[in-house]
Design a protein around this ligand. Sequence first.
Ligand SMILES: C[S@@+](CC[C@H](N)C(=O)[O-])C[C@H]1O[C@@H](n2cnc3c(N)ncnc32)[C@H](O)[C@@H]1O
Length: 202
Amino acid sequence: MITVIGIGPGDSKYGMLGHEALFAKADYILGSERHLEILPKEYAHKGVVPPKKLGEMEALIRSYADDAEIIYLVSGDPLIYGLGKWMSETFPNRVEIFSGISAMQYLASRVFLPMNDAYLTSSHAKVPNFDLMMSLEKVFMVTDAKVGPYQIAQEVVKRGLKKKMIIGENLSYDDERITILPAEAVEDRDYQMNVVVVMDER
Ligand SMILES: C[S@@+](CC[C@H](N)C(=O)[O-])C[C@H]1O[C@@H](n2cnc3c(N)ncnc32)[C@H](O)[C@@H]1O
């Protein structure tokens, strides 16, 4: 069985609860260094950082015995811009998914922003559909280094729109930083790992 577990935004108090029994019987616990860091110490020796390329990751998993108990830790929720879909399609009938708190949900709670009617998207390794985004009232986005808070803000500015942005960096960690400001005030600087909300000003 391959169990994909969403670990939440990062800090262990927001995820992993109730998974001790699974860790105990697992043969391998896969995840990035950041994800494996929050594994209870007694299971740390089972940790494996898999290759990032999907083909190589698949080969690694296939190299394990068919009856191996494999856990894959992923950030946030596995089915919100995570590996959940790929895993369930690549290993049909072998995968179980445990949902976690998405970084988007975490940010929403920190700023008391309901997610009702929100549109969720990502700029991870792709250019998002900015025209669609800008036509909507409330958009949550996970980002990457190429299209981050400043680039998103510039899409608002160049359309002459008035939108508020909420930028949540390193959410749930000690150096968490949440900034709420009009799009035109978003600085061109280096941002830590972040979630961005773009919404109509009220
Ligand atoms: C591949 S996506 C995974 C999203 C994840 N499945 C979720 O539900 O949160 C990775 C992106 O999620 C966002 N992210 C994940 N954890 C975060 C955190 N603790 N603080 C800020 N952003 C985070 C960042 O935009 C990061 O580039």
